[in-house]
Write a protein that binds this ligand. Structure first.
Ligand SMILES: [Zn+2]
Length: 290
């Protein structure tokens, strides 16, 4: 077992703790809204298992697959639920798993949300690497026969058939430090270009939650902390999109598709994941045998 130092240096409160022993990765850190210390243990599972969260303390956790059909809430974050158990903010972890090429995991969580860490997904990648879990990047293999469109008001998310996986996002915030920006990512690029992008939100809201020193907040004309990228907010939107698409039940990087999002968020992302899952289960997505 190795204790990972330097992994996700949160500020204030108990320092996050991370350990690995090869077959399992453990992480303990603060939840964004519950402010509870939450422990997570991630284990590799057999092929075909999918990503399944085991929620709750004690001997009878509720098992909730990371699939769109178990999503109960999409306002600001994605919440999975089943039999009274709830788990908030699953998207950053799912993005990390997807970027590392992981599709089969059992994730035991003893609280109502995944720990936020620094608001990015990079700390999960550090843990996977420290555990010796090899990063895999197989060529995309699942074909779309036609475009898929999800739309609500001025928000739009489309999936277009392509030769490989890519995501593009257009952010349009009426804020002097964000404004209108496009950013894209594909599997030939460094995972850190999206995994390292932290979540962000309003300073007032973060003060109410008492987390203004831990995460990136928007001030009147900028940000409360130096950014890791000049366009970190739009990169984080790409991270959210990748994590949400994992709710299709397959690693989103397996789709031979170009996902283009215009101001969309978790609600449309989950709708897209649901439609992808339906097409796969109906046998309407071609699959090359790679
Ligand atoms: Zn996010």
């Amino acid at each position: 077992m190795t204790v990972i130092s330097g992994c996700n240096q949160g500020q204030g409160g108990d320092a996050p703790q991370a350990t690995v022993n090869g077959s399992a990765v453990s992480y303990r850190g603060r939840g964004l809204t519950s402010r509870q210390d939450i422990s997570v243990q991630v284990r590799l599972a057999e092929p075909g298992h999918g990503i399944v969260f085991a929620i709750g303390k004690g001997g009878a956790p509720v098992h909730v697959p990371a699939r769109a059909e178990f999503v109960v809430h999409t306002l600001r974050n994605v919440v999975l639920g089943r039999e009274g158990a709830r788990l908030c903010i699953v998207e950053h972890f799912l993005a990390a798993a997807s970027l590392w090429g992981l599709s089969d995991l059992l994730v035991a969580v003893d609280g109502p949300e995944m720990p936020l860490g620094d608001g990015s997904a990079a700390f999960w990648l550090e843990l996977f690497e420290a555990a010796g879990w090899e990063k895999t990047s197989r060529p995309a293999r699942i074909e779309l026969s036609e475009p898929i469109t999800c739309r609500k008001g001025d928000k739009l998310l489309i999936a277009l058939p392509d030769d490989h996986f890519s995501v593009s996002y257009h952010i349009d915030w009426d804020h002097p430090a964000i404004g209108k920006r496009w950013q894209s990512w594909d599997a030939s690029m460094d995972s850190q270009a999206v995994a390292n992008a932290r979540t962000f939100g309003s300073l007032n809201e973060h003060k109410l939650l008492g987390i203004e020193n831990e995460v990136v907040s928007l001030t009147a004309d900028g940000f409360s902390q130096p950014l890791r990228f000049p366009d970190e907010p739009v990169r984080h939107k790409l991270l959210d999109l990748i994590g949400d698409l994992a709710l299709s039940g397959v690693n989103p990087l397996a789709f031979k598709a170009r996902f283009v999002s215009i101001k969309a968020g978790h609600e449309l992302d989950v709708e897209m994941a649901s439609r992808l899952a339906s097409l796969i289960s109906a046998g309407q997505c071609g699959q090359s045998s790679i």
